[in-house]
Design a protein around this ligand. Structure first.
Ligand code: WT7
Length: 670
């Protein structure tokens, strides 16, 4: 980044006061107001959340208890006894107001001229029809519906239709391939899968339905497959099981006013899998009442969304960010939400700015990896666009490095706009630590402070709170409505979040707090890798590698990557008598791609004779990680616990050979 302007800004004591413009109508306007809200939440937590829940959502029946949580059990229960429906809150209640004919969802397809716009009334009609169609297929409250769909409006409609009848949706990112899709469908026990013929990527359809066809034989729970025609490509339709979405909805007898099911606040709204610390994905379960309250609450406070705003969250609905900040948050507030099917650089790197100008976007919420890749394309791509509608910029998924922060601030925010760097997780349902755009003083790289009502701190391994400036475990000390209410089919995993520190939720992230009380996220403490803001489990990749007949053992670690933040580095020890060849390296990479998906594809695979292990046989990933990043023997720290220290020098030499584009040296086994 050879830009003098940015360089000089970086050398300043970087510290940004909240903007004055827009402040008069902002929700939270000063540090003083923020402090007062924190105090309120601290002294009377239940009333604080009860007031938010009452003010933001429509409840069919009030709660008996604001919360009934106990981290020791663990039990997470919010708004006990209350009734509501998420689809009612996101759609129905707006069509009896002036919002009836405003844009609820604007869809920008991959091609520039493909735009579809749903008013709240139109969204209502489609959601009702899909709900009626699912009902006709005997899908009932509590049944799981898997959504393996591209970013098309039908996906939003399907999510809201499930919510309407109380079915639990489980979205699967379209970047996942066979193994990733299979484990999720099997874990959820979905009765229906909704998919499309293909997903559009770079002007070409990439088959989706065909991926399902290969695995559905192993998914006995699946009775019906609904297929949206996105790309008009040929697909196999199995008679009796597969139905075209369009055919199903063409039915004139479908009820265009299909009623909502009244849900208890703790009935599940959706399951979303995230990478666990084992090979098995974690099916995070979110409740209806607590989750929706927290989605609406954080959308309103963190992004200062008013119902006149156009909110654009660029995440895919296969991730929690798409759930909370594209669908449930903005729609429950009656705002306009943008859904973009394409990628930031196709057909040209000005795609985002064109969309901002075209729809007069007010909030732009994206990931550091996107900012870094656009920054690399050059600032000239932003030049010809009017970005003056933007009011707030957001970032999520991984730490935002100061260079990217400055670029975002300078060229997109024109040096004026607040950037909310939001820290949260699939498990937390919504943003936990973040600046408030009109109240916080921001230092690039820091996620600043917990939102009011969130009690976060840094704990060392003894369970003591750390002083300022020392790193440790980021934990949350008090329940909040967005917290997951369980892990599907895996109560032990759910317990594990609460068992390390008494009465605390363990985030799995390392962080530190500075002397001003600002939080800095240092990265995962467990074996997860963060590739382009996506959490991927090393164990999952290792188990896929080991499932290949040529592989004996595998050790997977993160390495720093300029655009992606982190990339995947895999060490592979082959079975006896199998040769190290470039073909095999390619084959193993494709194996991971086809089993998990392209996002898990290793940046580099290094063949090793043997992995460094302790005497008890544990792979020392700490060492592998350092070596992959280029550390030499003298920087590896304590290696006395190694069973065979002599394997290290070879691994180190081979790593530098690979980095220089040469293959490893084949050494005969001793
Ligand atoms: C992990 C959660 C929450 C939506 C996207 C990812 C990392 C998230 C930040 C941030 C530094 C961040 C953490 C976290 N992370 N936001 N602003 N700064 N790191 O959801 O897949 O559940 O991953 O992403 O490591 O634990 P997820």
């Amino acid at each position: 980044m050879a830009d003098d302007k940015i360089k000089s800004l970086l050398s300043e004591d970087r510290h940004y006061a909240p903007p004055r413009h827009g402040k008069d109508i902002a929700r939270i306007r000063s540090r003083h107001e923020y402090d007062a809200l924190c105090e309120l939440a601290r002294t009377d937590n239940d009333s604080f959340w009860a007031e938010r829940a009452r003010g933001l959502l429509h409840w069919f029946k009030p709660w008996e208890k604001v919360q009934n949580c106990d981290f020791n059990v663990p039990r997470v229960e919010w708004f006990t006894g209350a009734h509501l429906n998420a689809s009612y809150n996101c759609v129905d209640r707006h069509i009896i107001t002036d919002r009836r004919n405003k844009a609820a969802l604007i869809w920008q397809g991959e091609r520039e001229m493909e735009v579809r716009c749903y008013t709240y009334q139109m969204l209502y009609t489609d959601v009702c029809r899909v709900a009626a169609a699912l009902n006709a297929l005997q899908i009932k409250k509590g049944d799981r519906v898997a959504l393996y769909m591209p970013m098309v409006p039908e996906l939003a409609v399907a999510m809201l239709a499930c919510a309407r009848i109380g079915a639990v949706h489980m979205n699967i990112f379209t970047g996942y391939a066979d193994g990733g899709v299979l484990s999720r469908i099997q874990d959820s026990g979905a009765r229906v899968v909704i998919t499309a013929d293909a997903v559009m990527r770079g002007g070409e359809p990439k088959p989706l339905k065909a991926n399902l066809d290969r695995i559905l034989g192993q998914c006995p729970s699946v009775e019906k497959v609904l297929v949206v025609n996105r790309a008009n490509i040929e697909v196999n339709m199995l008679k009796g099981r597969d139905i075209w979405w369009q055919d199903l909805l063409d039915d004139f007898t479908l009820d265009a006013d299909f009623p909502c099911v009244s849900m208890e606040a703790n009935d599940p709204l959706f399951i979303l899998h995230t990478s666990g610390s084992t090979g098995r994905p974690t099916g995070v379960v979110h409740s209806t009442g607590g989750y929706l309250t927290y989605a609406a609450h954080t959308t309103q406070w963190v992004f200062d969304v008013k119902d006149t705003d156009v909110h654009w969250c660029t995440a895919d609905c296969g991730w929690i960010t798409g759930h909370t900040y594209m669908i449930y948050g903005p729609l429950s507030l009656g705002a306009t939400t943008i859904m973009f099917e394409g990628t930031p650089t196709w057909p040209r790197p000005d795609r985002f700015w064109r969309i901002v100008e075209k729809f007069r976007v007010n909030m732009l919420y994206t990931a550091p990896t996107v900012v870094r890749s656009l920054m690399r394309q050059g600032v000239e791509w932003t030049n010809h666009y009017d970005l003056s509608s933007l009011r707030i910029l957001g970032s999520v998924g991984e730490p935002m490095n100061p260079e990217a922060w400055m670029w975002y601030h300078t060229y997109i925010g024109k040096g004026q706009l607040p950037i909310v760097d939001t820290w949260w997780q699939t498990e937390t349902g919504g943003v936990m630590l973040s600046p408030l755009p009109y109240a916080s003083h921001i230092t690039p790289g820091s996620v600043t402070k917990p939102l009011p009502g969130i009690e976060a701190c840094i704990m060392n391994t003894d369970g003591k709170e750390e002083e300022a400036e020392s790193g440790g475990n980021l934990v949350i000390k008090k329940p909040w409505p967005g917290l997951m209410k369980g892990v599907h089919n895996n109560p032990e995993k759910f317990k594990s979040y609460f068992s390390t520190f008494k009465n605390c939720y363990l985030s799995g992230d390392g962080a530190k707090v500075d002397d001003k009380g600002n939080f800095w996220i240092l990265g995962r403490m467990d074996d997860a890798i963060n590739v382009s803001g996506h959490r991927i489990s090393t164990a999952e990749i290792e188990s896929v590698l080991v499932s290949h007949p040529a592989v004996g053992e595998a050790g997977v670690v993160p390495i720093p990557h300029e655009i992606k933040g982190e990339a995947i580095y895999a060490y592979v020890a082959l079975q006896d008598n199998i040769e190290w060849t470039e073909d095999l390296r390619k084959e193993l990479r494709n194996h991971v791609r086809s089993q998990i998906g392209a996002l898990a594809s290793p940046e580099q695979i290094q063949f090793v004779d043997e992995l460094p292990k302790t005497l008890s046989g544990k792979i020392l990933r700490r060492l592998l990680r350092k070596i992959a990043s280029g550390d030499l023997l003298e920087n590896l720290g304590d290696i006395t616990t190694l069973a065979r220290p002599d394997v290290l020098p070879v691994i180190i030499t081979d790593r530098s050979r690979l980095a220089a584009g040469q293959p490893e040296k084949l050494i005969p086994k001793t």
